[in-house]
Design a protein around this ligand. Structure first.
Ligand code: GLP
Length: 266
């Protein structure tokens, strides 16, 4: 696993956006006719990346014409037009700002489905039909959850219904008028296995409130308690984080990754 440490949120976003843009361009330049399949998260962590990718797209530097996206998760029971649905978030923060994204290439789990099991099975099938995900970008919760795979979700889980923990509902209540009861109790989410099946995974971790999670994910063992730690078993996983999130890494670990990444650039 690579851990790329950047000074702050802005630099973390610069690095991740450049990395993703580079992968999309390389895919197109390779002459590959299959679309580039990109997995996407919601939350405050990726907003800077979305702004940068949209700016590149508007400037004609990066095309999304041949990109298919799959979002990580969606609250169960929220319609598209609800301003806290992830469908709304993605359009508001990203898709509506792209000049050449084909709406038919946008995939987001339907939180209003009357058959969640079927919806999730179809999602997995659709990902497979494209030959899998090339790059899955993610963020994590303070408890290390990836997508909505809360602590103790199986590390081989597939897309399915998830019960949200009280902790997550409290943390996410900041978007629901501060009332955890207004945060849906369930969500649809890709599984940890769905994410780790991707060719590459890039997770953004920013801020002091994620420091404990980052330390567990990087330095702890692979554990279903910190579901993002499954990335330790992935061949091509990158954590891109900022200094603030590194507060609980040991000095040794911190120095190791700074050193190895500096060498990588030389
Ligand atoms: C939610 C989402 C996760 C996201 C997490 C962290 O729980 N389901 O996919 O990573 O929030 O969000 P933020 O980036 O705002 O800290």
């Amino acid at each position: 696993m690579r851990v790329v440490i950047q000074d702050d949120y802005e630099k973390m976003s610069d690095w991740a956006a450049d990395h993703i843009a580079g992968k999309i361009r390389a895919h197109v330049e390779s002459g590959e006719t299959r679309p580039f399949v990109l997995g996407l998260p919601t939350g405050s962590s990726p907003i800077g990346v979305y702004k940068r990718l949209a700016a590149m797209n508007q400037a004609g530097e990066l095309s999304f014409k041949n990109v298919v996206t799959f979002n990580m998760d969606e609250y169960l029971g929220l319609p598209h037009e609800h301003d806290q649905s992830y469908w709304y978030f993605m359009h508001d923060n990203f898709f509506d700002h792209l000049v050449d994204m084909d709406p038919d290439n946008i995939n987001i789990l339907n939180g209003m489905t009357d058959d969640p099991e079927k919806e999730c099975a179809m999602y997995e099938e659709k990902i497979r039909s494209y030959g899998g995900i090339d790059l899955f970008m993610g963020g994590i919760g303070c408890d290390g959850h990836l997508a909505f795979n809360e602590p103790y979700t199986s590390l081989t889980s597939r897309t399915g219904v998830r019960d949200l923990t009280t902790d997550t509902r409290i943390v996410n209540s900041r978007f629901f008028g501060g009332d955890p009861e207004k945060v849906p109790a369930q969500a649809l989410s890709v599984g940890i296995g769905t994410v780790t099946d991707s060719k590459e995974v890039l997770v953004l971790i920013s801020g002091h409130n994620k420091a404990t999670a980052l330390a567990h994910v990087v330095e702890g063992g692979v554990s279903q308690k910190w579901t993002c730690s499954a990335l330790q078993m992935h061949n091509d996983a990158i954590i891109c984080c900022d200094e603030a999130a590194c507060g609980e890494l040991t000095v040794d670990t911190y120095k190791y990754f700074l050193d190895i990444e500096r060498k990588e650039r030389l």
